[in-house]
Structure formats: C-alpha cells, structure tokens
Design a protein around this ligand. Structure first.
Ligand code: MLT
Length: 412
C-alpha cells in the first residue's frame, strides 16, 4: 500500500490565487458580457514586455545554442559563475555589503526557494509568521509537517503568528517568546509596508540572541525609493550570522513567466544539530540544490545577467517607475472613496481597508460584480487581513486609470 502525505489534508483551502481564478471564471461564465470588461489587479503578475536588454541577450544565447561551439548542456546547478558574480557584485558588493559569488544560488523562483529551503531545516523548529502573510510560507510548513491542524480561524497549531495591523504599521516586532525560524518579507506582500533600519536591526539582534534563523524575502526590494529604507537584510550588522535572503527577477525584470531568482546563504550562517553542534547551512543547501535541481536554462540566465548592464538597469528603472505610477493612481482612487490606504509607496501593492461593514470576500464580490475588477481579499493572507483587500499595481497604465475610474464610480 502507498501512503500519502497526511499533512496535505490539513491544508484549509486551495492555494489563494487558483481559488480567486476559480471564482473569477465562475463569474465570467455566468456573466459573459461583464467577463469581457474584467481587469485583473489580483495576483501580482507583471504585465509589461521583457526589457530589450534581456530579449537581446536571450536571442544571442539561443543563437549560440544553435552552434556546436556555443551549445550548452547541463549548466552548474547553482547557476553560471558569471550570473552569480553579477548578482553578488551589483546587488551587494556595489552597495558595500559582503556577499561572495559562491554564496549566491540561482534558481527558478522565490516561491520554489521558499518551499525548498525547508529541506535543510529540522522538523521541530518553532516557526514565526506574520499575519497577514504570503501564503506560501504557511502552506509549505503545513505540507512539511511542521504544524498541527488549523483552528476555526485558519490558524495552524505550532505556528507563532505575529499580528500586523495599522497600529504597528504592518511591521511586527520580535515576540517575547523564543522562535527558531522567522519569515520576514519587505517590502511586504501583501501590505506594502517596509521595515525601517531600526525595525530590522531589532529582528537581527533577536535572532543573534536566540540563534534563530531569519528567512528574508526581498522579492520586491527594487520598489524601494526611500534611501533610508534597507533593501537587503545584509545592510544590518550581524545579519550574515542569522539570515538567508530570497531575491527574484520576477518583479524587477518582468521574469514571472521567464523564471529566474536566487537565494543568498552566507557561509557564516550556522544552525544547530540535535546534539547541539553548530554547523553551516551553506554546504547543506549546496548539496540539496545540486541533488534536486538542474539549473536554470542558459538563455534565461543570460537574460538575467543583462539586467545588470547599464541598459538593463535603465530599463528596469523604467518598469519600476511605470508600476509605481500605477500605484499612485490606485492609491488616490482608494483614498478618494474614503478608504484607509497603506503601501503603494515603496511597494507595488496597495493595502486598503474595506468600506464599512464589508468583509474582505464581500469586497472581492462587489469589486468583481460592480466594477468588474479583480482584487485580492485580505483574509486570504491570514485572519488579520480580514477587513482589508489588496490591489496590485502590476498593470498597463490604461487599465490602472480605468480601475481608478470604476472604483470612484461605485456608490460605496
Ligand atoms: C502575489 O500576488 O502575491 C504574488 O504574485 C505571488 C507570487 O509572487 O508568487
């Protein structure tokens, strides 16, 4: 007899975004005319074309692949040295941060990395997760058997939830209790909040004190324009001893469909064996990555490398400016109808309170039914997200303007 992984049976609902997709499809099937007007501001998927520098590099790489001399079979699982070097050099060393080339591991996405990292961590860690949160952090821990069952509110036993609200600016402070692994995401998905240097320092000091591990998701760092805000956890002294950083080309270079990301595992980062010995995580991740992954394709890595050329950097800056222009339009519209509006300044997500009396899913239904606009219900990110909804700024300018018009046209 084959046994299944019982932990999957603890998962409360379908993954949030496919669930939204199902509801939108059902609405569209029942309302074919309205379906033609639907504008999607739900999932944070980029809409603008790949930067020219990327396309040129990928074309060239594909032409190389068509020659005997330029053909590439399996590449190094951790990524080609030239891409690891470009990432370490431009994202870290050029900003005065110490990250060696071989501490960077290239992958096919941060979502995968966030789940895969659990392979090298023990099963008994006390996990801390913010609420609301990117659901992948929670669901992957449930799948790995690191939690108990969910209660009526959807909270899983064994997880320490760090409540984020308007009162704490949607940035949780370290808890009084000791936790072993902490997920932090800044700029935050879904709230758009960004931790200050002082707030991140408090987390790094907590982790140093308790020998905890911080899993720092920096997928949206390119959206930070305020120079006082940290764009990497390694800007905080001591972070190389306590943090793994996740980075992605999805939201800066438009790679959501192209797939390329990386994680940084400092060689100075240690974790404990059951017998209390402190050992580095770097060789474990190298072993895991080279055993279970065969690398990102050569043309895609060449495309990612091109993001670090002067042309690539200028084109990324233009993409960010475009999406942040949308964010400003959407923020203004939500403010104009009297909602409390957060995020959307150093982040591509706008986090809004629902109009009085509406739950997050009721707001989802009204936006879909009356404005034909798809948003993400805040409660889909955790119980503390109830009473909020998220609007994604990833869209064309025309769509962002149309969404703003439609939001303002509804009698709330
Ligand atoms: C989101 O909408 O939260 C993101 O697109 C999810 C992701 O990046 O996987």
């Amino acid at each position: 007899m084959a046994y299944l992984n019982d932990h999957y049976l603890k998962l409360k609902a379908g993954y949030l975004f496919p669930e939204i997709g199902r509801r939108v499809k059902a609405f569209g099937d029942a309302n074919p005319d309205a379906a033609k007007r639907i504008i999607r501001c739900g999932i944070g998927d980029v809409t603008e074309p790949l930067p020219e520098a990327v396309r040129t590099a990928m074309h060239r790489a594909i032409d190389e692949m068509g020659t005997r001399e330029g053909f590439h079979g399996y590449g190094p699982e951790q990524g080609y040295e030239w891409l690891r070097h470009a990432i370490a050099e431009h994202d870290f060393r050029a900003r005065g941060l110490e990250v060696a080339d071989d501490e960077v591991f290239v992958s096919d996405g941060s979502k995968c990395d966030c789940g895969n990292i659990l392979d090298i961590l023990g099963g008994d860690n006390r996990i801390a997760i913010t609420d609301p949160v990117y659901p992948v952090y929670v669901d992957t821990n449930v799948m790995a058997g690191h939690t108990g069952d969910a209660d009526a509110s959807g909270a899983y036993g064994g997880i320490t939830y760090l409540r984020c609200s308007a009162e704490n600016g949607f940035v949780a402070a370290p808890p009084a209790e000791v936790v072993d692994v902490i997920y932090l995401c800044f700029p935050n998905n879904p709230t758009g909040a960004v931790a200050t240097r002082e707030q991140l320092t408090a987390w790094v000091e907590y982790a140093l004190r308790h020998r905890s591990l911080i899993l720092f998701d920096a997928a949206y760092e390119a959206y930070i324009s305020d120079p006082s805000l940290p764009r990497s956890i390694y800007e905080i002294p001591g972070a190389r001893e306590v943090a793994i950083e996740f980075r992605s080309f999805s939201k800066n270079g438009g790679f959501t469909g192209t797939r390329c990301a990386c994680i940084v595992v400092p060689k100075t980062l240690l974790a404990s064996t059951r017998s209390g010995e402190q050992l580095p995580l770097h060789p474990l991740w190298a072993r895991r990555h080279t055993t279970k992954f065969n690398g990102v394709s050569y043309p895609v890595q060449r495309g990612a490398e091109a993001l670090y050329t002067p042309e690539g950097k200028a084109q990324v800056a233009a993409l960010i400016a475009h999406y942040m222009g949308n964010a400003a339009i959407l923020r203004d519209a939500a403010t104009a109808i009297g909602l409390r509006v957060y995020g959307g300044v150093n982040a591509p997500y706008i986090w809004c309170s629902t109009p009085a009396g509406l739950t997050s899913w009721e707001m989802f239904d009204r936006m879909l039914g009356e404005a034909n606009v798809v948003i993400t219900p805040g409660s889909g990110f955790g119980s503390a997200g109830e009473g909020y909804f998220r609007i994604s700024a990833f869209n064309s300018r025309a769509n962002a303007e149309e969404v703003a018009r439609r939001i303002k046209a509804i009698a709330w």
